[in-house]
Design a binder for this molecule. Structure first.
Ligand code: BEZ
Ligand code: FE
Length: 298
């Protein structure tokens, strides 16, 4: 392949055109489109910011440290994408659904495979720590028909704000995780503990960035769900506690109005007895989901 002399040499004014002009032989046209857009936006940002050489080196060092923090267990780049709102934006673009269907939110880094499947009503809290919670609801299609056999994969942090995988040897493996299947009326229920807000990891460059920006690292209390059934779009989502102090300032922007649940405190001794809870109260949250048929997705 022969490369012709460019129509113009690089100047401050024509910088993005000169760079993108050299990509025209790209074998992968999508890559050319993506790199063209990134180049144009990056050059526009640099022109707006006018960084000093020191500031540019600081940016390079930040990205270097972010990469060095990554391994099989830690993904600092995903965390960066999360706190920039990019994870939520990519998810929103890829999970457009008909009105009425349940909305997605971030998956987060703490989902694992191999979670045991339990009978309805099982307590997923394996160490007895935290305030008792009953989670229940139904799953429907967009026409209001109950959906039987929906796989519901749930996971949550404990009442100190840690997932089991963050506290190996402290929490039992698979603590506060479970897989359930809806019954013929679309219903599901299980016992768990009331979640609390927690901090995303702050011991890396992303934590430092949040601190320098005057932002807190907290996520409001939530339970994670993945709902799946053949022929329907998977729903990867959370339900949130509206009374959490961070409900309006989630560090990763995961909160959506439609995902806010109602956690009710119950102290009725008969109900406590029926559920075999030994404390003086428990929390009850009811949350229904609507799955969109694969062809319904817009
Ligand atoms: C989570 O909810 O598990 C999570 C999401 C994004 C970043 C960190 C944690
Ligand atoms: Fe979480």
């Amino acid at each position: 392949m022969s490369f012709k002399k460019p129509k113009a040499y690089f100047t401050e004014a024509n910088s993005a055109d000169v760079v993108t002009g050299q990509n025209i032989h790209a074998k992968n046209k999508r890559l050319e489109e993506v790199m063209g857009s990134i180049t144009r936006h990056l050059h526009a940002a640099v022109k707006e910011i006018e960084p000093t050489q020191e500031e540019w080196m600081q940016a390079i060092e930040f990205l270097t440290k972010t990469g060095q923090m990554c391994d099989d267990w830690r993904q600092e780049y995903i965390l960066l994408s999360d706190i920039l709102g990019v994870s939520m934006l990519v998810d929103a673009i890829n999970s457009r659904r008909p009105v009425g269907a349940s909305e997605n939110t971030v998956l987060g880094p703490f989902h694992i495979g191999g979670t045991p499947e339990y009978e309805m009503g099982t307590n997923i809290c394996l160490d007895g720590k935290g305030e008792d919670l009953v989670v229940r609801g139904r799953v429907f299609d967009t026409e209001g028909n109950p959906l039987e056999g929906v796989k519901i994969d749930v996971w949550q942090a404990n009442d100190e704000g840690f997932y089991d995988v963050q506290q190996k040897g402290i929490q039992p493996d698979f603590n506060l995780r479970g897989v359930f299947r809806t019954g013929s009326d679309g219903s599901y229920w299980f016992k768990a503990v009331k979640p609390k807000h927690y901090s995303i990891p702050t011991d890396g460059p992303v934590g430092k960035l949040l601190e320098d920006l005057g932002r807190h690292p907290y996520r409001p209390a939530h339970l994670h769900y993945i709902l799946s059934k053949d022929g329907f779009d998977d729903v990867t989502t959370h339900i949130f506690d509206p009374n959490d102090p961070y409900i309006d300032s989630d560090s990763v922007f995961g909160v959506k109005e439609s995902l806010i649940a109602d956690f009710r405190k119950i102290d009725d001794p008969q109900k406590l007895n029926e559920l075999e809870f030994t404390g003086s109260f428990y929390w009850d949250v009811e949350f229904d989901f609507v799955l969109a048929k694969k062809r319904d997705s817009v």
